[in-house]
Design a protein around this ligand. Structure first.
Ligand SMILES: Cc1cc2nc3c(=O)[nH]c(=O)nc-3n(C[C@H](O)[C@H](O)[C@H](O)COP(=O)(O)O)c2cc1C
Length: 176
């Protein structure tokens, strides 16, 4: 089984990357092949509907999305929405990549302000892409991370492990 894990922050020091890395480790312990796509490392051009789609990072994005049996998407909350970098990545994709595939979502908020708006935003966009977005979701606050952006909050790590297991079970139930 292949799961595409997406880290949706383009920041150099990113808590979302720490969140996605934790999920990657959990999934790998379950024997899953993880396709790790990071909006900061695999920087994409702005979607213009033209030749920028031939950029090697866009090709990697579309190849991963095509190969994936399921998705675990992580976003930061920026101004009550998902990051622009993540939305730009989705604009290179379409329903053919997501239709009938399960997707789990999680967010990082800051200063106790939230994360729920980013998740609602992300859920709406994934639904528009025909992903089968699971009802479970999770938010971590920036205080759950150390200064190397590693997720050190034990309850969050346990919950994300449960969610990784749930994603694997649903994906298997769908015949993958
Ligand atoms: C431009 C910007 C806007 C933000 N807006 C919000 C917000 O609306 N709600 C919130 O809970 N946190 C907000 N934050 C805090 C981030 O969610 C938090 O710093 C998070 O760790 C960022 O993830 P990253 O390090 O992966 O980029 C904002 C941070 C930035 C940089």
């Amino acid at each position: 089984m292949k799961v595409m894990v997406v880290a949706g922050s383009a920041r150099e020091k990113s808590n979302t990357r720490g969140l996605a890395q934790t999920i990657k480790n959990h999934l790998e312990q379950l024997g899953v092949d993880v396709l790790f796509f990071d909006a900061g490392i695999h920087e994409l051009p702005i979607y213009k509907g033209g030749t920028e789609a031939e950029h090697p990072n866009v090709m990697q994005l579309t190849r991963y999305a095509e190969e994936a049996d399921a998705f675990f998407v992580c976003t930061p909350e920026y101004h009550s929405g998902m990051s622009g970098a993540l939305k730009n990545a989705f604009d290179f994709l379409n329903g053919d990549y997501f239709r009938g595939k399960p997707a789990m979502i999680a967010a990082v908020g800051g200063g106790g302000k939230g994360g729920i708006n980013a998740l609602n935003d992300l859920r709406t966009v994934l639904r528009a892409l025909y992903a089968f977005v699971l009802p479970e979701q999770y938010i971590t606050d920036a205080v759950c991370y150390n200064d190397r952006c590693e997720l050190v909050h034990e309850d969050s790590r346990t919950k994300l492990n449960d969610m990784a297991q749930q994603l694997v079970r649903v994906t298997e139930a769908l015949g993958k």
